[in-house]
Ligand binder design. Structure first.
Ligand code: NAD
Length: 365
């Protein structure tokens, strides 16, 4: 694991750690979960996935033939008994918990579903981990939006106040409080040798990349508009976000899982995974860069009114991940956009090939 020092995971590090490991991914049919499933299957892990039935926005999972890469279980994480059964029977070495109602604007109308899935679902995962009578490391995915946002030119650090104006953000901030309380109450660090459980939370930036077809996300909106030849509509053109490629956040989760094995006491905490400050750009700049990457001039971008609140400026301090894990962003915003648009363009012709090619390229596999 020598490369952990500078965070550049190489084939031998990844394979020596993840090959034949029993890995549970919740939310394996979603945008990030599908990429993670593909990476871990390429590394030779034994994978179980738990999620809802893939919907029309999750064609990416079908495209990589996700059901053949894992033991695929359709379970609602709010159904405690079924979830616990699955986890106790599988006996995972590592859990990546990604399942969530993951969208901000729909969280206003899907209020109960958002809190039930995000908070009670996470509680059910934690309870199941507690009952496992074996060693287990778990990376629980929250978000960059867990901080009380003061709308300032500021990079949030892990010890800043939690908050969340909209239902999605507040549900994820609630998860952070739950995780911290659960750790202190049931699996205290000082008793690690007795319980052998390490639980960390990961707060990543706004991820972009191929394979995302979700409603209400900026890159899928751009791709769909360009494909149909209609204007791109923007709700918050001046909002500044920590955009990063999906592979950047996933490398963070993988590095964290490896470091948890080496130093579980250090890692029983939370980690930010965000891009450098200079790569945090506005939504409008992101759209303009994507359109330029498509090679289209003078494309119509139209404002869209929305009365629902979304944060105006959000950036993360990534020093702790750099120091503890050696995680450093590898792709700047231009490279991120280039790889993202390349995926959508290439994918129209060569289904599935581009995903594997980008993983090999990014991780030097
Ligand atoms: N996409 C981003 O920009 C971003 C940024 C920061 C954090 N996150 C977090 O990363 C995680 C993954 O995000 P994503 O973009 O892949 O989301 P997604 O919406 O693409 O996928 C969500 C996944 O969760 C599953 N799921 C939803 N409700 C469930 C339930 N009740 N029971 C079981 N499974 C359920 C879905 O089936 C799907 O597999 C989420 O926790 C999200 O909050 C995402």
């Amino acid at each position: 694991m020598e490369n952990l020092v500078n965070g550049t995971l190489v084939k031998t590090d990844l394979q020596s750690y993840f090959k034949n490991k029993k890995i549970l991914i919740t939310g394996h049919t979603g945008f990030k979960g599908t990429w993670l499933l593909k990476i871990l299957s390429m590394l030779g892990s034994e994978i179980k996935g738990i999620a809802l039935e893939p919907n029309e926005n999750q064609l990416f999972f079908n495209q990589i033939q996700g059901t053949q890469l894992c033991e695929h279980s359709i379970i609602d994480i709010c159904d405690y008994e079924s979830l616990e059964n699955e986890i106790l029977n599988f006996e995972p070495d590592i859990i990546f918990h990604l399942a969530a109602q993951a969208l901000v604007r729909p969280s206003y109308s899907l209020l109960r579903e958002t809190y039930m899935t995000n908070v009670i679902g996470t509680l059910n995962v934690l309870e199941s981990i507690k009952k496992l009578s074996k060693k287990c490391n778990a990376v629980l995915i929250t978000t960059d939006k867990v901080y009380e946002n003061f709308e300032k030119d500021y990079l949030y650090i892990e010890t800043d106040s939690l908050g969340g104006h909209d239902p999605y953000s507040s549900s994820k901030a609630a998860c952070e409080i739950l995780i911290s309380s659960f750790r202190k109450s049931f699996i205290p660090i000082e008793k690690y040798d007795q319980h052998n459980k390490c639980i960390a939370s990961a707060r990543a930036g706004n991820v972009i990349g191929g394979g995302d077809l979700s409603q209400d996300r900026i890159v899928p909106d751009i791709v769909k508009s360009v494909q149909k030849g209609i204007p791109v509509t923007l709700r918050n053109p001046n909002a500044i976000r920590p955009f990063q490629h999906v592979l950047e956040s996933l490398r963070g989760y993988l590095l964290l899982a490896i470091k948890m094995e080496i130093d579980p006491v250090l890692c029983s905490t939370s980690y930010n995974f965000g891009p450098s400050k200079m790569d945090c750009i506005s939504v409008l700049e992101l759209v303009q860069k994507c359109i330029k990457e498509y090679g289209i001039g003078n494309y119509n971008i139209e404002p869209q009114n929305s009365y629902l609140h979304e944060a105006g400026i959000l950036m993360l301090d990534n020093s702790k991940s750099k120091n503890d894990l050696g995680w450093i962003p590898q792709w700047d915003i231009d490279k991120t956009i280039k790889e993202t648009i390349t995926w959508y363009r290439t994918n129209e012709e060569e289904k599935n090939m581009i995903t594997e090619a980008q993983i090999k390229y990014y991780f030097n596999l």
